[in-house]
Ligand binder design. Sequence first.
Ligand code: NAD
Length: 514
Amino acid sequence: MASYTSKSEVDTAISTLRTTFASNRTKDLRYRKWQLKQLYWLVADNTDAFIAALKADLNRPEFESRFTTKGLLEEIEYHIDSVESWAKDEVPNAGIIFSKLGKTTIRQEPRGVAFIIGAWNFPDSLTLHPLASAIAAGCCALVKPSEIAAHSAELMCRLAPKYLDSEAYAFVSGGAAETQYMLTHKFDHVFFTGSTPVAKHVAAATAKHLTPTVLELGGQGPAIVTKTANVDLAAKRIGAAKFMNAGQICLSVNHTFVHPDVHAKFLERIKYWNDTFSSNGQTDEMCTIVNERNAARLSGMLEKTNGTVVSSGKSKDDNPKKLFPTIVSNVKMNDSLLSEELFGPILPIIEADHITACKTVSSMPHPLAIYIFSTDQSEIDYILDHTLSGGVTINDTLLHAGAKEAPFGGVGDSGSGSYHGRYGFDTFTHKRTIVRLPDFLDIVMSFRYPPYNLAKAGLALKVGKPKFKRGEKLEDQRVGKGWSRLGLLSAVVGVVGVGLAAWSGKLGPLVGDW
Ligand code: NAD
């Protein structure tokens, strides 16, 4: 395995990125498209090598690797197809002075030199997907894959200079200490994917430079199975989320609340699906836990649980990193299994109705995801209204992350900022308002120059009449298409007034409000 990038190599790489960004070449749209296409070929030409690296890092089955690689390629292609329209100036409706007499545009400026820090659980997509957004935005980037998925990191660091402009996109390797050193440099943007505790170190380091920082984190995302849920489907889909990548997914179901009325059936069904997915503990087609440290962490949590282990999760051999989904029922919220994000194939089940579940969820840090299993819209609405999370999938798991042109990101302890599609482009982009006003504006706005003269300003300083009346009450407020009593009254008076004026032939030309 290649050794970590030295401090002097890091310094040189960052200084080269600065020079490249200052040369403006990464801003050229043709250059961005070309580099995005090169990124596409980096993945497409080497898919088999990525699959082999993921197998070596995580024992990831080829099916899962092909599935995520396909998603990554599609996302890069979407960036290639969309970059031109994303990079166009926006033209806001800024009012008569700024849009009619003058011109106002919002320029999509690349933030500059970005630092992308990847996580190990999807080492390729979590590193290369943000890079695609940085390239599309016209940024340069220092890119550090996670050292824990060492084979994938080595592959990306080796391939990047062969495909990408390494003066603009520099891949480096390193662990916690090396990343901390990299963060002593001033970047124009930092994009971090990883755990909440490490994010605090990253955010503290970037705060020293006031560097905008996107944090893509995890958390204890629950599933809530209500009494009206399709219990078998819920069990199948929750079981599948715990199986995929051995539950080592930021979006995975951490624990599940199940209504007492359907609890027994849910346990029976999830046990059935677990046995089916793992071929009764015989399959080799499941990821292992990434390393011994994490395997020991998970087995330590299991040893301390006061819950009831429903299905053991034992594999056919004694490899501690091979842990099949393990179901634990009768779990209380103070159980060892709920002491931190599990990030593994253990599923604690808590017997609770959706109202109690919401109280518990909202008393904890906001998770990255919540999964609602219910067929009753009022239950779904209740859960949405009484919780907050990065995203939600209803009657399934994980899938909101795949919704095209929808932001993906956390809230509170599960992160800040978002990406995917246009949102990724925007993340690496500064929205720069450009206003250009004509010289002749002085004819109508000469009053603004000192010495100030209130009389000369005349109507310009007059605050217009608000469109609402003093003393309105809560019941007068309407949202959507509804009419307030006052609004309705004004409309009636207006219509009658206009009618009378027209009838009496006194309707003059309509005058603009300027
Ligand atoms: P991690 O926080 O341990 O490491 C992430 C990155 O930070 C790695 O590149 C690592 O080298 C670096 N790092 C580690 N310690 C550091 C320190 N002290 N200072 C600076 N950098 C440091 O996370 P992980 O174990 O790689 O990934 C698992 C976590 O990431 C889970 O919490 C999971 O929920 C979260 N995650 C979130 C997303 C998302 O998109 N929201 C995706 C995947 C994983």
